[in-house]
Design a protein. Structure first.
Length: 175
């Protein structure tokens, strides 16, 4: 602890010892030296306390600097991690998009192929319909001709029959 300094450097420089018969007053010199010793001891104690306080402040400052460096490093690491996560998310999104585009293209190709197949089937079915219509028309026409022939034959038979029933007509076919 700091005591009040009783002797200043100026006091030491300006202090004059009284001269006695045999020289300086020894008691006065001893008292003055005792004051100087107390003052110097107080100064040393104060200096030591200030040095200790200075060391403590330096350690505290160093601790703060270390924490600050750690915090800065943590922030830097966090920023790098965020950047990596963003990059990973971007790449993942690109991969998902590319995969979706490939799948969409495959679906479109399948749909296009299916549509082409359906068009071919339609053309084939139209051809079959035309062919079937022609066949049906031929069959109907053939049946119509058969009916006409049958009708003509029946008409001829009817006429023959009617003539055979007429008086004076002899049945030559029965002989």
């Amino acid at each position: 602890m700091r005591e009040d300094i009783e002797v200043t450097p100026l006091d030491i420089q300006q202090h004059q010892f009284s001269v006695r018969f045999r020289g300086f007053d020894i008691q006065e010199v001893d008292e003055f030296l005792e004051q100087i010793a107390h003052t110097l001891e107080a100064l040393y104690d104060e200096n030591e306390r200030l040095n200790e306080e200075n060391q403590a402040l330096k350690q505290e400052r160093n601790g703060i600097a270390v924490r600050e460096d750690n915090l800065k490093q943590t922030i830097t690491d966090s920023e790098k991690l965020i950047d990596q996560m963003n990059e990973t998310a971007r790449k993942s999104a690109e991969m998902i998009t590319a995969d979706a585009e490939v799948k969409a293209q495959i679906i479109m190709n399948k749909a296009s192929n299916r549509l082409a197949q359906i068009h071919e089937d339609i053309i084939q079915l139209k051809g079959q319909r035309i062919q079937l219509e022609a066949q049906l028309h031929s069959i109907i026409e053939a049946h119509f001709k058969l009916l006409e022939m049958a009708k003509t034959q029946m008409k001829m038979r009817d006429e023959d029959y009617d003539q055979s029933r007429l008086p004076g007509h002899s049945d030559t076919s029965s002989q």
